[in-house]
Design a protein around this ligand. Structure first.
Ligand code: HSE
Length: 345
């Protein structure tokens, strides 16, 4: 079947709508129209995984994030003749949280999957989607982005993998904009793996920071029993950055610094014990420690797993002693792959 699509799927989309329009408009309005053939499904079903992510990494507010191995969400997608053509039905939600909407317009995985189907121009096939959550909500580990990334990659793989990373990130951003706020520092690393720098949003310009393959990097993640909704944590931030911070930033020849000066001092007090947890991690030998995304998970970085477990213990103690919060520590590696296909039939 021949359909009209907004651009050749093999090329990345380098254009995006202004933020205010993003959730209601396709992000590629100004791309030239080309006619392509609607892709057929190449499998009857696929299963994908997308990892947890640490956004901001301290100074990188909204422009830097990385993926964490071994934690994340799964999506299974089936071609389903009982679902209307061009549409998605969410058939099952399992895992750490099931209090999510089955309406695909209100579910991170559903929104990203629909955006990906739209980009591919799918009009003749309906699909059903099962979501398995490995990540808790509101933990600061990119839970919504993991669902969106796994769903976008699943749709793309089901129809032959025609879209590139930039397009998949745009599909995921649709979901992030609607659910938690317009920021790509979770969704980009969830799809691409490793460290990703968002050089620009308009147009979207993503720069993977290549971490040496032969080196390992470990993250000590300490998640207290406390929920920090992204929308609320974003609302706590100042809308303007003082000129003095901007000048200082520029003098460092990087955009990294002013954001952390703005973000952390405003957010850390919202998470009981966070300052003490940071101190404990640094005293125990961590290279650095900060809030993961909006929190409440605290993340410390180190180069060996053994040291990671020692640091984790100290951080858990500090959360309890100063913040009166129980927490769980885990030590995970940098995920260098990102969202991937793990099974197809
Ligand atoms: N950059 C985003 C924020 C990350 O800090 O609001 C949310 O996970």
């Amino acid at each position: 079947m021949v359909t009209i699509c907004f651009q050749s799927p093999s090329k990345p989309i380098h254009n995006i709508q202004p933020k205010s329009k993003l959730s209601s408009q396709p992000p590629y309005k100004s791309q030239s129209l080309v006619i392509v053939t609607e892709p057929e499904p190449v499998f009857t079903s696929v299963k994908t995984f997308a990892p947890a992510t640490v956004a901001n990494l301290g100074p990188g507010f909204d422009f830097l994030g990385c993926a964490v191995d071994g934690l994340g969400d799964h999506v299974t997608l089936h071609v389903d003749p009982t679902v209307r053509n061009g549409e998605i039905s969410i058939s099952e939600i399992t895992g750490t949280t099931t209090k999510l909407s089955f309406d695909p317009h209100r579910n991170c995985a559903g929104i990203a999957a629909m955006a990906t189907m739209k980009m591919l121009g799918i009009k003749s096939v309906g699909v059903s989607l099962a979501l398995h959550k490995g990540l808790p909500l509101g933990s600061g580990l990119g839970s919504s982005a993991a669902s969106a990334a796994a769903a976008a990659v699943a749709v793309n793989e089901l129809f032959g993998g025609k879209l590139g990373n930039d397009e998949l990130v745009l599909a995921g951003l649709k979901s992030e904009a609607k659910v938690s706020g317009f920021h790509a520092d979770n969704i980009a690393p969830a799809i691409m793996g490793g460290f990703v720098l968002i050089r620009s949003y308009e147009p979207l310009d993503l720069k993977p920071l290549r971490f040496p393959l032969e080196k390992d990097l470990f993250f000590v993640l300490v998640s207290p029993d406390f929920e920090a909704p992204t929308k609320k944590m974003r609302a706590a931030l100042a809308k303007e950055i003082p000129m003095a911070h901007h000048v200082w930033n520029s003098s460092q020849a990087a955009v990294l610094v002013a954001a952390v000066l703005e973000v952390e001092p405003k957010r850390a007090p919202l998470i009981p014990g966070m300052e003490a947890v940071k101190r404990a991690a640094l005293e125990a030998g961590a290279f650095g420690c900060t809030i993961s995304g909006v929190g409440p998970t605290a993340v410390a970085v180190i180069d060996t797993a053994e040291k990671g477990f020692e640091i984790g213990e100290k951080m858990v103690e500090a959360f309890l002693k100063v913040g009166n919060l129980k927490s769980i520590a885990s030590v995970k590696k940098l995920d260098k792959i990102g969202a991937r296909l793990i099974k197809s039939m």
